[in-house]
Design a protein around this ligand. Structure first.
Ligand SMILES: [Zn+2]
Length: 482
């Protein structure tokens, strides 16, 4: 090696050991910093005190400065306008701005790549306090897990980035040539309302070759995952109307159609007898999946004894790669208020999960075509409040995925499972649209027992350790890439 070449963990086992030692030695500090973040109840929903989200942004900015990777002026707290907000929604407060994000930038040198590290510092509300075994904003260690709202989702993601940057800085010091963009959002749990404006406004600072989104989960506490696909989603309100007004169901029932008969028939046309989606034009993605038995599904999803799974094909293909349709709410009189009348109008909220690879707008058009073609008795059909978010497919042939596979194997001691996620992370497709050249790696710190968004959320500390080790090795590999 010449003086100008840096040692790489790919070729230098001593460097790999040194990185691991940095991570391990810093673990108590990392857990203390994570606990301090958990004490800040940074719920981003509009009904909650925004001062807590501001405090957590300040805390994350301080953590970013503590890494040594960024110059004092290169760590900023940024608020951007909510998409679609206009001057006339300004109500004297600063309600038109999104919640504060933290942005820190270190430019690349000597032809090295730039990596963007994404996480979010806001959290879900705690829900019913009575369901928590220990107070949600008092971080509590029990066994291998740290309990608290946001302990995992996604303050452990924040700390994975911070701890990895600290370890890389400890090793490379000012010789670090890797470009780093740390972007910690403040309103992921509230729909990332200002995300698109932020991406546009900060585009020149955000450009990266590799984007690491640390907000997903792992196969188990011992086996990591790279999330390689996300389903998209489409939701809308479906309303059927048959009568100008309600009428006595004894007088007219049997001849005049109430709105419920066509609604039930129309909704049932969305699925075949085996429960698989029956809408022409909704596509599926074809790829191999790990095995999961019907019994495992029944246990994981809490099916009652005797209830059979729906759909066809491998279980995980149904949840990751095929479309699904769920009715999530209906506007009908309650049972207590039921009177003997024909209902003139009925509404349903319909939620469609879209297979990765199919644009959400195309899926929406297919479902709308199906509904209009199948509505019985000439009932008046109205579709309103549509919302659509694209899914996401990683190009697993990219060099960054290969680097991540290697780094995860070295950080965890086990090969990563390449998994799909049945849910949607709409901002990931926004990132992909704004930065089509970047390779996006969706990693995470959760495991199947994390209970993100639920009472008794927790972070497995072994997983946190392994996630930090992997990300540190990944950054070192990128920093020394020839
Ligand atoms: Zn999250």
């Amino acid at each position: 090696m010449t003086d100008t070449e840096q040692h790489s963990p790919a070729t230098d086992p001593a460097l790999l050991d040194a990185l691991r030692e940095h991570v391990q030695g810093a673990l108590p500090t990392t857990i203390a910093d994570l606990s301090a973040l958990v004490r800040l109840p940074s719920v981003s929903w509009s009904a909650f005190d925004p001062a807590n989200v501001r405090a957590s942004a300040e805390a994350v900015a301080d953590l970013a400065r503590s890494t040594g990777v960024f110059g004092a002026d290169d760590v900023r707290i940024v608020r951007s306008a909510v998409s679609g907000a206009t001057a006339d929604v300004v109500d004297g407060s600063d309600g038109e701005l999104g919640q504060p994000a933290v942005l820190a930038v270190r430019p690349a040198r000597n032809g090295k790549p730039t990596v963007m590290l994404y996480a979010h510092h806001d959290v879900q509300p705690q829900g019913d306090d009575a369901l928590w075994e220990t107070p949600p904003f008092e971080p509590t260690l029990r066994g291998d897990r740290l309990y608290g709202r946001g302990a995992s989702d996604d303050k452990a993601g924040v700390m994975t980035h911070i701890a990895s940057l600290r370890a890389v800085h400890a090793q490379f010091g000012d010789d670090l040539d890797l470009g780093v963009v740390l972007f910690v959002e403040g309103e992921e749990e509230f729909g990332s309302r200002s995300f698109r404006t932020f991406l546009r406004e900060q585009k020149e600072h955000l450009a990266a070759d590799v984007i690491v989104v640390a907000d997903s989960d792992n196969w188990s506490t011992e086996v990591p995952s790279i999330t390689v696909s996300l389903r998209g989603n489409v939701t809308f309100k479906l309303t059927l109307t048959t009568l100008e007004h309600a009428s006595h169901s004894g007088m007219f029932g049997g001849a005049a159609p109430d709105a419920m008969i066509p609604m039930v028939k129309l909704l049932s046309s969305l699925h075949d007898d085996d429960g698989s989606v029956a809408v022409e034009g909704l596509t599926s993605y074809e790829a191999d999946v790990p095995d999961r038995s019907d019994d495992e599904l029944a246990k994981d999803a809490a099916l009652l004894e005797g209830v059979r799974p729906v759909g066809r094909g491998p279980v995980l293909s149904r949840m990751w790669f095929q479309p699904s349709i769920t009715v999530t709410g209906m506007n009908v009189p309650s049972v207590a208020n039921a009177s003997n009348t024909l209902l003139p109008t009925v509404s349903a909220r319909v939620s469609v999960r879209v297979a990765p690879g199919q644009p959400a707008t195309e899926a929406y058009a297919a479902v709308e075509r199906h509904l209009r073609a199948h509505v019985p008795f000439g009932a008046k059909l109205e579709i309103s409040e549509p919302d659509a978010g694209d899914g996401f497919l990683v190009d697993t042939a990219g060099w960054a995925v290969q680097e991540a596979r290697t780094a995860m194997a070295e950080g965890w001691g086990n090969q990563a499972v390449e998994q799909g996620i049945g849910g949607s992370i709409p901002f990931v497709s926004d990132l992909a649209a704004e930065f089509p050249e970047a390779q996006i790696l969706v990693t995470g710190v959760e495991d199947p027992d994390t209970r993100a968004h639920s009472p008794n959320e927790s972070q497995h500390l072994g997983v946190l350790h392994r996630a930090i080790a992997s990300e540190t090795i990944l950054l070192a590999r990128l920093a020394t890439r020839g």
